[in-house]
Design a protein around this ligand. Sequence first.
Ligand code: KG4
Ligand code: ZN
Length: 334
Amino acid sequence: MLILGIESSCDDAAAAIIETVRPGAVTVRASAVANQDDIHRAYGGIVPELASRNHVITILPVIERTLAAAGCTLGDLGGVAVTRGPGLVGSLLVGLMCAKGLAQSAGLAMVGVNHIEGHLLAPMLEHEVPMPYLALVVSGGHTALFAVTGFGHYRRLGTTRDDAAGEAFDKVAKLMGLGYPGGRAIDELARTGSTKRVAITRARVKGAPLDFSFSGVKTAIALYLASADGAATAPADLAASFQEAVVEMLVRPTIAAAREIGAETIALTGGVAANSRLRDRLSAAALADGRRVVAPSLKYCTDNAAMIALAGSYRLLRGERDPLTIDAAANLPL
Ligand code: KG4
Ligand code: ZN
């Protein structure tokens, strides 16, 4: 079955066509993303109204490009999977209404998908990942640990109590004048810096060892930058020290959670999964603990529609469909 995925929950408008024969066995025929970083950069963060207005402009061309790249037409499709939440409501509505229009006009089954479910399953786009596995979803909007025991069966084990890890990267990058989004700039700068130059307390959540907290690290960096010592610190050292703190705060609960559920495989996913230090440290910690880390390639770590098509595929294969009356939900729970 060929499935069209549509994703527009935040600032990326994306479409993909995947081919699937049974749940989890997929080939990505085409995947395209219209990125808006250039539009939001001037504001140092995502402006929701600009995001949705740009989706209105880009979503259909992205879908047309994807169909052309996959060499198929709407008539060849077995269904449409679209993100219905969580995310920015104006952004979600653009993709959702587009999917409804296509489903209605081409007589296709449509299912609404949870964006986080897409991230959880993304490693399966390229790897055989035996279930159950532990997934660390770490992006600009989310930082959470999930046990994945089957398609549609997910249990949240821990989450951030405040900022997402990617948000911390972006806010610290902004403080350091590295631009937006700043995760990659910090990653690159940190390569030549000392992780021990600036002492940063690793935050833990009392009584909840699998939860995360990143707002304290961000505040610590802001205070440090304003101090005399901060002004004299090389940016590379500050970046490396900050990154190391965030990475350690991600790795410890992740290994603890994998032990708790007895998962041999840890799936690392979301935009921050692109972080080179996180990949290295988590892989080393997992290996030392008799486990392995599976991470999608960069284009499937960040927001994309192939993961949305995959998350909708097992329901479409079962013949399920959602009514054309489904709504977008900014806080859709998984
Ligand atoms: O998954 P994503 O594209 O969008 C969300 O759903 O949030 O993730 C974007 C986030 C941004 O916060 C960005 O700074 C961060 O991922 N990011 C990184 C790296 N590359 C992207 N953070 C740290 N190191 C990187 N190399
Ligand atoms: Zn995402």
